[in-house]
Design a binder for this molecule. Structure first.
Ligand SMILES: NC(=O)c1ccc[n+]([C@@H]2O[C@H](COP(=O)([O-])OP(=O)(O)OC[C@H]3O[C@@H](n4cnc5c(N)ncnc54)[C@H](OP(=O)(O)O)[C@@H]3O)[C@@H](O)[C@H]2O)c1
Length: 341
């Protein structure tokens, strides 16, 4: 193991139980900085970003599918500097600038966190820590959507939620591979989505895809907003054999045994309906983050084909995370909410 001088104790942002974010987040009194294990990289965290999954997990809404051991340091996304590497690490060295979606391991709110080597990628040249922390979860999800939708040059793609953290990445990536992109967004964000490279933008508060484009007008609909109405409308505008790719659910509350059962039944029913040449394929996407996927995303950033837009930057403190989560919950920001120290 190689290491720079790191303190033996850190004060990460933690929660020791599930609950309302403002009630449960606190600054730890002090926790040991662990040496990285086999194939782990220790990162000094310089920035993080907010994704809806962060507050859903802190509140315990996802505890049925992913339980936390407390005290837990939240926030999936992180960017920082490598301070030590564990045995078997071959791709990173002390001093490297790196970023990752550390998934259920969290750690974006830590001062130092150990990340599996396989989740990390180097921060692209010319990209600061704030943008680097905004990229991993949202942009990897966006690229997974494009892969799942089989988007290539000429594909006609509609993006629901085109101004959001994931949606604004989908628009840029689809545009950069030569797809014809229509973004659906609310009135105040029409200009922003145009600027991302959408060929056409519709105001979701006054227009819907069905009335504007008519039947069989898209190869793919990518839904980042959720709700049954997205699926219902998409079936009208997709061509036979077209794909409805969604990262969100019909209902956005806590995952309970009943809601999980309903979700599985819904997915099965929609998949069955999508079989056959006249059907529309229902493709739910669940991100599997990885270093190689993040490197693919970073290639778009390095070539200038995509930039993650930062809506607002907060301090990486308990109050900063609380304020950023309040704002994320409102669903009004364009692009990403970032935290830096
Ligand atoms: N499955 C996965 O692996 C995965 C990965 C990442 C995220 N997600 C989920 O995907 C969703 C989006 O994540 P995000 O980070 O992009 O969130 P976000 O930044 O909050 O963006 C969501 C966007 O959707 C739009 N919107 C809100 N309500 C809408 C509605 N009723 N109809 C159409 N558009 C609506 C809003 O933009 P406008 O007001 O401009 O339309 C909003 O900015 C969340 O539920 C998140 O948990 C899932």
């Amino acid at each position: 193991m190689t290491a720079t001088s790191v303190p033996s104790v850190q004060r990460p942002i933690v929660h020791t139980r599930y609950g309302a974010v403002r009630d449960v987040l606190e600054l730890s009194e002090g926790m040991p900085v662990r040496a990285p294990g086999q194939r782990e990289v220790q990162v000094c965290v310089r920035a993080s970003s907010i994704n809806p999954i962060d507050w859903q997990m802190i509140e315990g809404n996802r505890r049925l599918i992913s339980r936390r051991r407390f005290p837990f340091t939240p926030l999936f996304d992180l960017a920082g500097v490598v301070t030590a590497v564990g045995d078997g690490v071959t791709s990173f060295r002390v001093g490297d600038r790196v970023h990752a979606d550390n998934e259920t391991g969290g750690g974006g709110g830590a001062e130092y966190v150990n990340v599996r080597e396989g989740l990390l990628a180097p921060v692209p040249a010319g990209v600061g820590f704030a943008e680097a922390a905004a990229i991993p979860l949202a942009a990897q999800t966006a690229l997974t959507c494009l892969d799942s939708a089989q988007v290539t040059a000429g594909t006609r793609v509609a993006v629901i939620g085109a101004s959001g953290g994931v949606g604004h990445c989908v628009v840029q990536l689809a545009h950069s591979v030569g797809a014809f992109v229509v973004g659906a967004t609310s009135t105040r964000n029409l200009g922003f989505v145009h600027m991302l490279g959408a060929d056409e933008v519709i105001d979701r508060t006054t227009t819907d895809l069905v009335s504007r484009f008519g039947p069989a007008s898209f190869d793919v609909v990518i839904d980042t907003a959720g709700g049954i109405e997205q699926w219902v409308r998409a079936r009208h505008v997709l061509r036979p054999g077209g794909r409805f790719v969604t990262i969100a659910r019909d209902e956005d509350g806590a995952v309970t045994p009943a809601s999980a059962t309903r979700l599985l039944a819904t997915i099965s029913a929609r998949r069955i309906r999508g079989t056959g040449t006249r059907g529309v394929k229902y493709v739910p996407v669940f991100l599997k983050a990885s270093g190689p996927l993040l490197r693919r995303v970073d290639a778009f950033v390095e070539s200038g084909d995509a930039r993650v837009h930062i809506a607002r930057t907060f301090p990486l403190t308990v109050e900063g995370v609380n304020a950023a989560i309040d704002e994320s919950r409102l669903g009004l920001s364009v692009g990403k909410l970032v935290l830096t120290r």
